[in-house]
Ligand binder design. Structure first.
Ligand code: NAD
Length: 480
């Protein structure tokens, strides 16, 4: 197994050892299409070896002092910061986002380590007299047990730390299966955890191109107690069905289809700035990306013109080039999928405003596009876009905008812009989404509960609830 770029780890990480595999898989740079590494391609045997290691380490890890676990997480936080340049470069190489965004992801991803290092030491429980007077009620928290974490490619570090940090803080051991497109960052993070002092078996990483083959036996194993998944809603549904057999604790962070609402009282500078961030960060490949723009009729022409101008000013290219502000999408299939969404919407009567010249370079690039008069029945409107394409509709009545905003099975993020505080907050409170940006296009914060309503998921990551997702409550009924 090899990496053509740096001394990146390319073997699997099982029970504290770097383990080679007979079968390998390639990793590509989406900005060039070039193969950058060959990594281990795990199978059923690797999956069970990883779970064996996690199960064997569980009792000892659960028995460590919270302060000890906290110190390890804080060391990992420091190490990640110290290696920002290297990790950011790895993220950009395998995923494509511009280096500045990759550095931002390292900061954001590392912050979960610090947050949960702090949360680990905040013991909580209860001890009180039973209302009937017959005895005492004591409630304690304990780790739920070995965790299986499956992560997507769009935030190769942050989606991993958002799960691994609270699991470790709570005293759970982990088997991680990163996305096949982005195994290198996950393996780098394993190296950092070892350096920080995580003992063998406590964290294990199986890289594989055969997700169902590796995941099914782990989920079916009675030693596993928790499944945490971030990815598409379709795969989430499949995994929920599998998890039902073992009645596993589950956390599901699934797809979104975020509305971005510009009320009549909005400040257009804020709204356009927020729209650029909420739509184009990560080339639109974020679960919280704004998809459906609902703009008040009175502001629509100016909003669209200024948004187009702002998008045109973003240099598109290889994320490793420091001037790039907009990188490629993940692969050729994504280019074809996004292009089809645009074509179908245009066939359905939408007006297309493209930005910049045709792209004539290798790699998986999509020219940013803004579409107006988009039919609500089009897939561009009704499904998650996951690309640098904005669909705009106008409204005059805020009640109509609210109806359209909520008229979807997804309920992850929403955005509302308005300077009339009362109306704007009321609109935000009525959005059926787990998170709402009010006059901001950036909502992710490790200290806040991240997650969705409706088919966008179950549970919350980050915040103080993020730790509880990895804890089990035990109640002791104490006789008088
Ligand atoms: P995906 O569902 O295709 O893959 C996610 C992960 O699941 C990958 O590791 C993949 O290998 C694995 N996987 C795929 N099929 C599997 C199966 N049958 N059994 C077990 N594992 C399987 O999603 P993706 O394309 O990697 O990521 C994009 C999706 O993730 C988008 O829908 C996006 O909205 C969502 N996402 C959600 C959040 C959130 O917090 N809600 C955050 C980031 C991404």
């Amino acid at each position: 197994m090899t990496s053509t770029h740096t001394d990146l780890p390319v073997a699997q990480f099982l029970g504290g050892d770097w383990v080679d595999s007979a079968t390998t898989m390639p990793v590509h740079n989406p900005a060039t299409g070039a193969q950058i590494a060959t990594v281990a391609d795990g199978d059923e045997a690797t999956a069970i070896a990883a779970l064996d290691a996690a199960a064997a380490a569980q009792a000892d890890w659960a028995g460590t002092d919270p302060r000890h676990r906290s110190d390890i997480l804080l060391r990992a936080f420091g190490l990640l910061h110290a290696e920002t340049d290297r990790i950011a470069r790895t993220i950009t190489l395998e995923m494509g986002k511009p280096l500045a965004e990759a550095r931002g992801e390292v900061g954001y991803g590392a912050e979960f380590l610090r947050w949960f290092a702090e949360e680990a030491t905040r013991g909580s429980g209860a001890y009180f007299r039973a209302p009937s007077g017959g005895g005492r009620i004591a409630v304690r928290k304990q780790p739920v047990g070995p965790v299986f974490a499956i992560t997507p490619w769009n935030f190769p570090l942050a989606m991993v730390t958002r799960k691994v940090a609270p699991a470790l803080a709570a005293g759970c051991t982990v088997v991680l299966k990163p996305a096949p497109q982005t195994p290198l960052t996950a393996l780098e993070f394993m190296r950092i955890l070892v350096e920080a002092g995580v003992p063998p078996g406590v964290v294990n990483c199986v890289t594989t191109s055969r997700a169902p083959l590796v995941s099914a036996p782990i989920i079916a194993d009675r030693r596993l107690r928790k499944l945490t998944f971030t990815g598409s809603t379709a795969v989430g549904r499949t995994l929920l069905t599998q998890a039902a057999q073992g009645v596993l604790r589950v956390s599901m962070e699934l797809g979104g289809n975020a509305p971005f609402v510009v009320l009549e009282s909005a400040d257009l500078d804020k709204a356009v700035g927020g729209a650029v961030l909420a739509k184009l960060r990560n080339a639109g490949q974020a679960c919280v990306a704004a998809d459906r723009f609902l703009v008040h009729e009175a502001l629509a022409a100016e909003f669209t013109e200024r948004f187009l101008a702002a998008v045109s000013a973003l240099p598109l290219g290889d994320g490793l080039d420091r001037s790039t502000r907009l990188g490629p999408v993940i692969d050729g299939a994504a280019v074809r999928r996004i292009t089809a969404l645009i074509d179908e919407a245009v066939d359905g009567g939408a007006h297309l405003h493209t930005v910049g010249p045709d792209i004539d370079r290798p790699g998986h690039f999509v020219r940013p596009a803004v579409l107006t008069d988009v039919d609500t029945r089009s897939r561009l409107w009704s499904s998650e876009v996951f690309g640098p394409v904005a669909a705009i509709r106008t409204f005059t009545d805020p009640a109509q905008a609210l109806h359209l905003a909520n008229d979807t099975d997804a309920g992850l993020a929403g955005y509302v812009f308005g300077e009339n505080l009362g109306d704007t907050l009321e609109f935000a409170e009525n959005l059926r989404t787990g998170m709402v940006g009010v006059n901001t296009g950036v909502i992710s914060d490790p200290a806040a509960p991240f997650g969705g309503m409706k088919s966008s998921g179950l549970g919350r990551e980050g915040g103080s609830t993020g730790l509880a997702e990895y804890q089990e409550m035990q109640y002791l009924a104490i006789a008088r």
